[in-house]
Design a protein around this ligand. Structure first.
Ligand SMILES: Nc1nc2c(c(=O)[nH]1)N[C@H]1C(S)=C(S)[C@@H](COP(=O)(O)OP(=O)(O)OC[C@H]3O[C@@H](n4cnc5c(=O)[nH]c(N)nc54)[C@H](O)[C@@H]3O)O[C@H]1N2
Ligand SMILES: Nc1nc2c(c(=O)[nH]1)N[C@H]1C(S)=C(S)[C@@H](COP(=O)(O)OP(=O)(O)OC[C@H]3O[C@@H](n4cnc5c(=O)[nH]c(N)nc54)[C@H](O)[C@@H]3O)O[C@H]1N2
Ligand code: SF4
Ligand SMILES: [Mo]
Length: 700
């Protein structure tokens, strides 16, 4: 008889945080089932959630530590791997000081793993060089909303889509990327809620929306300022809310005056549509704003977030259920990795590293001296490596060769590191460049917590033994600390890490594993004033110095690399429902893999005809930084002049092409727009993978 158990867990893919049960038979994951009572997923999962078992299957996993040798990787003991890492770190720190090393942690790993990572960087290595993929995701949200509202997280709850009279989705594609929540939005719309979509592509929600504003890429601020101009001119703004809770209205009103007149030329959207959107958003009793990468992944990312905040505040659409400014945080635990302080300028709970009191508190708690200045961002570390000032990187759960902008630059930087340590589930493109590879346990093989996009901290349980010698990330981080002569990370279990973190993190201070178990988690802030957590933020005051929200004028700036005569098309990058991030987990599933070819370029029929391209033809795509080959998918979901590629496919990685021009505030690269040229491949030539292209180029 088989020993069969069902263990409660959380889907390890996106930030919706759906509840899953892992059905285990004799230490094997037999199937995944949705949790019926889960407050968000309510018995549903998307195709990725259902396919979780493939993503962590033991046959594909790294099971022992590996060290690079001239002929390839050699399997070694944990002791040898840790000793090699610590010798490397000590040498670099002795020669160039602690800021020559750093850690890139993982928004896919647990809060406990992330707390351990930043503590290793700060309390043991003595540097604030710690960052993670939020840098190229919602860092503009963290920076922008911190300035305007005092807190950079989703203000409301996922369930609020059912309370809203109007939902405005801008720069996000939730039916693909937050699918269960996307399904809720579709249901809300069918139940009578109005829907506005602002997106250059015709997404599934755009097709069913009351209004679709199909703006030119990178023109969000011009469009939002035009809506504000119209709202203020028509007296649709909420004067009472502004007087009671905001500051800076006069300056904002002055700055948007005249924006409508300039808008159509910049955005490509007709005035009449902007007028309608402005009226619907401001006049609906409850309007809920949801946004994503179409706002943040621009050189104007932080200002784009501030513009959205101006819009919602001016209309008083914040602080009540069914309203709010809601960044759709992407990774299963990206909210948590930020909350845990895996950012170069803040300790856990967004407490600034250069604040005297905060510095004192953490120095005392960890009983050691700590760096006083902010560290390098992830892209700062790769740049620093090329410049020769950054030499040693520990990276886990992030495949930057596939997912960071300008792949050739990233490869060159990682190859230039004196020490690159990668902890992974499987052999990714980034792991292939490592000096030491560590086998990491997946979510199903460890206990911990994830914080989803609506600030809900959920605890999950170990269901399986890790394969081979794999261990939880916090455990090998602790082994490195010990190798560096420190017992700072010597916790007995993940619960002890959570307790230490909660004691130092005011927004988590009312939480414990026991309390999180009771009702599918708690939403922060959860503390003495909010013992049951917080569904809606900013109901009575904002988290700013004086409790008032700030209205801050911002202006349109054009994208860094517009199309020109040499590169006549604009490329944007997006996601597909069936694949996730670098594809290292979803592409292990034959069910998901059969849904899409390994690389796609979406192109409008008009452009395809002009370039003599037919459906599924092989095409070459070239930018100032790189070249790749893939297949054309002709569709009028993209407008003429714009082509789009997903970034999940290592064979045809769109990041060969993307631009790493950055938002000056957060260093967010402009992943959503760069100039490219597209050509049809000769008849009968199948697209070559990037590996083959690199080999051929080296040989020629
Ligand atoms: N299936 C799947 N789901 C995922 C992921 C995945 O890889 N696969 N990744 C997760 C992660 S890490 C994240 S961050 C989220 C991201 O989720 P989303 O934010 O939804 O991500 P994208 O598809 O990259 O971009 C969203 C939309 O922005 C639009 N856009 C581009 N330029 C502009 C512009 O100038 N203005 C406006 N208004 N819109 C623009 C694009 O056309 C696209 O529809 O998804 C998460 N969920
Ligand atoms: N062109 C373009 N590029 C983009 C984007 C875009 O829109 N366009 N979006 C950007 C965004 S928003 C993001 S968030 C990034 C995402 O970029 P990444 O973070 O690099 O993407 P993921 O596929 O989520 O990679 C995570 C890795 O974590 C591993 N992993 C999962 N769980 C664990 C664990 O518990 N421990 C360890 N050690 N490893 C684990 C998986 O095996 C996987 O290889 O991509 C960015 N890149
Ligand atoms: S919506 Fe996100 S969390 Fe839910 S099942 Fe799909 S990938 Fe998992
Ligand atoms: Mo993301």
């Amino acid at each position: 008889m088989k020993n069969r158990q069902s263990i409660s867990s959380i889907c390890p893919y996106c930030g919706v945080g759906c509840g899953i049960n892992l059905v285990v038979e004799d230490d094997r994951l037999a199937s995944v089932a949705p949790q019926r009572e889960h407050p968000i997923s309510r018995g549903q999962l998307c195709a990725k959630g259902w396919s979780t078992a493939y993503g962590i299957e033991t046959g594909n996993r790294i099971t022992r530590p590996l060290i690079r040798e001239p002929g390839g990787f050699r399997e070694v003991s944990w002791d040898e791997a840790i000793a090699t890492i610590c010798d490397g770190l000590k040498l670099i720190i002795d020669e160039d000081g602690p800021d020559a090393v750093g850690i890139i942690s993982s928004a896919r790993a647990t809060n406990e793993d992330n707390y351990a990572a930043q503590k290793l960087a700060r309390a043991v290595l003595k540097t604030n060089n710690v960052d993670h993929c939020a840098r190229i995701c919602h860092s503009p949200t963290v920076a922008g909303l911190k300035q305007t509202l005092g807190s950079g997280a989703m203000t409301n709850s996922a369930d609020d889509v059912f309370e809203a009279d109007l939902i405005l989705v801008i720069g996000a594609d939730p039916t693909e990327n937050h699918s269960v929540l996307g399904g809720h939005i579709m249901r809300a719309k069918l139940q009578g809620c109005k829907l506005i979509v602002i997106d250059p592509r015709r997404t599934r929600l755009a097709k069913m929306a009351d209004l679709h504003l199909q703006l030119n890429p990178g023109t969000n601020i011009a469009l939002i300022n035009a809506m504000l101009d119209e709202i203020i001119r028509q007296q649709w703004h909420n004067s009472a809310f502004i007087a009671r809770r905001c500051e800076g209205f006069e300056q904002l009103a002055g700055s948007v005056n005249g924006a409508m007149a300039a808008a159509t030329k910049i955005t490509g959207v007709a005035e009449q549509l902007i007028h309608k959107a402005a009226r619907l958003y401001s006049q609906s009793p409850r309007s809920m704003l949801l946004y994503g990468m179409g706002i943040t992944q621009y050189v104007s990312g932080t200002n784009g977030v501030i513009a959205l905040s101006n819009l919602a505040l001016t209309c008083g659409q914040v602080g009540r259920t069914g309203t709010g400014i809601n960044p759709l945080r992407g990774q299963n635990n990206v909210q948590g990795a930020c909350d845990m302080g895996c950012l170069p300028n803040v300790y856990p709970g967004y407490q600034a590293v250069d604040d005297k009191q905060v510095h004192h508190r953490f120095s005392q708690a960890w009983n050691t001296s700590l760096s006083r200045h902010a560290g390098l961002t992830s892209l700062g570390m790769t740049k620093g490596c090329i410049a020769g000032v950054f030499r040693g990187l520990i990276q886990f759960g992030e495949d930057s060769v596939v997912t960071d902008p300008d792949q050739n630059h990233v490869r060159a930087a990682l190859q230039n590191m004196d020490l690159l340590v990668v902890a992974e589930l499987t052999m990714t493109e980034t792991a292939k460049l490592a000096d030491v590879i560590l086998p990491a346990a997946s979510f199903a093989e460890k206990q911990g917590t994830f914080t989803n996009c609506e600030r809900r901290v959920q605890v999950f349980h170990q269901a399986l033994p890790p394969p081979g010698e794999a261990i939880a990330d916090w455990q090998w981080l602790a082994a490195i600390a010990r190798g560096m002569g420190s017992n700072q990370l010597d916790w007995p279990d993940s619960k002890a890490i959570f307790d230490e973190m909660a004691a130092l993190t005011p927004i988590y201070s009312g939480m414990s594993y026991e309390k999180l178990e009771i009702k599918h988690g708690l939403q922060w802030p959860c503390n003495a004033e909010n013992p049951d957590g917080s569904r809606v933020l900013h109901q009575h005051s904002f988290a700013t110095d004086n409790g008032r929200a700030k209205l801050i004028p911002v202006h349109h700036v054009s994208i860094d690399e517009p199309a020109d005569e040499h590169y006549p098309l604009l490329l944007t990058t997006n996601r597909l429902h069936f694949h996730y991030g670098c594809g290292s987990m979803t592409r292990k599933s034959p069910l998901l893999e059969r849904e899409t070819p390994a690389g796609i370029l979406f192109i409008n029929p008009q452009d395809a005809t002009a370039l003599d391209i037919e459906q599924h033809d092989g095409v070459g795509v070239c930018s100032r930084r790189g070249y790749l080959e893939t297949r054309a998918m002709i569709t009028d979901d993209v407008p003429p002049g714009l082509v789009s590629m997903p970034y999940h496919f290592r064979e045809a990685p769109s990041n060969q092409l993307t631009n790493n021009a950055q938002d000056p505030v957060t260093k967010m690269p402009e992943l959503k727009a760069c100039a490219v040229s597209v050509t049809r491949l000769p008849e009968g030539q199948t697209p070559r993978s990037i590996d083959n292209l690199i080999i051929q180029e080296a040989g020629s």
